[in-house]
Design a protein around this ligand. Structure first.
Ligand SMILES: [Zn+2]
Length: 175
């Protein structure tokens, strides 16, 4: 009986030793991989330019919000804008707005630049559309809502937002 116990203990030690060796090799391998990727992506890396794109998008949406808030005569509201990841939005949406009619506070969430695959110029146009769209919703905040009015409102808000942006683009020649 005693021997059996010893044998089992020894074989466990062997397993532990080889497991330690495998772990050590794996650690070395990943360390090597990590240092190679760190060297490959040091200056002007994708993540640095992605961070810059996000920072520029943040500035853009803040400016865009102020401009359209004034145009839509919503300056009585304290409106904030945040860039958010898809997990904070409804599926297949690019933004949303939450408001409090009593305190006149509102927050617009816009899909983060990290999650946009289109070129920067088109992405910013799209973000501007989201802001105008959500501000038109805010303009309609006091209207009664029900299940069927929400869909109709969504359609109307898109038409109004599109018309406003088209007017603005025509007023200021791009070239
Ligand atoms: Zn909407």
């Amino acid at each position: 009986m005693g021997r059996k116990v010893i044998v089992i203990t020894l074989s466990l030690m062997v397993i532990r030793k080889s497991a330690a060796a495998i772990l050590a090799f794996a650690a070395l391998f990943f360390l090597l991989l990590f240092s190679i990727s760190a060297v490959a992506s040091s200056p002007g890396s994708v993540s640095a330019s992605a961070r810059e794109r996000e920072a520029n998008a943040q500035k853009f949406v803040e400016h865009s919000l102020r401009v359209w808030q004034q145009r839509l005569n919503l300056t009585g509201w304290d409106v904030k804008v945040a860039l958010v990841r898809p997990s904070e939005l409804e599926p297949k949406t690019l933004g949303n707005i939450h408001w409090d009619l009593d305190t006149r506070n509102a927050t617009i969430d816009v899909l983060s630049a990290y999650d946009y695959t289109m070129p920067t110029h088109e992405m910013l146009d799209d973000m501007e559309f989201t802001i105008v769209h959500e501000l038109v919703h805010l303009q309609l905040a006091t209207l009664p809502k029900n299940a069927s009015s929400v869909r109709n409102e969504e359609y109307a808000v898109n038409q109004i937002a599109r018309a406003l942006i088209d007017l603005e683009k025509r007023a200021i020649p791009s070239e």
